[in-house]
Write a protein that binds this ligand. Structure first.
Ligand SMILES: [Zn+2]
Length: 70
């Protein structure tokens, strides 16, 4: 049994207020470290559009440098 949706259906960005087409998806644990607000935070896989992916990447790489500083 498969509940998978058709592959060709484009995902929409899961960030609140955004309706752009998603480019990539991430685990909710990764995305919750950033300041991005999601439409639904009970999902496991978060889809991000190009812009929010950039924002997410920027914020999470900042996190990593904070870890190194102590
Ligand atoms: Zn977006």
């Amino acid at each position: 049994m498969s509940l998978a949706k058709h592959e060709e259906v484009a995902h929409i960005c899961d960030v609140a207020g955004c309706s752009s087409e998603a480019e990539r998806s991430f685990n909710i644990k990764q995305v919750s470290k950033s300041s991005l607000e999601l439409k639904d935070d009970s999902i496991r896989q978060v889809h991000l559009c190009k812009n929010h992916y950039k924002k997410f990447k920027k914020e999470t790489s900042n996190d990593r440098s904070l870890d190194q500083v102590y």
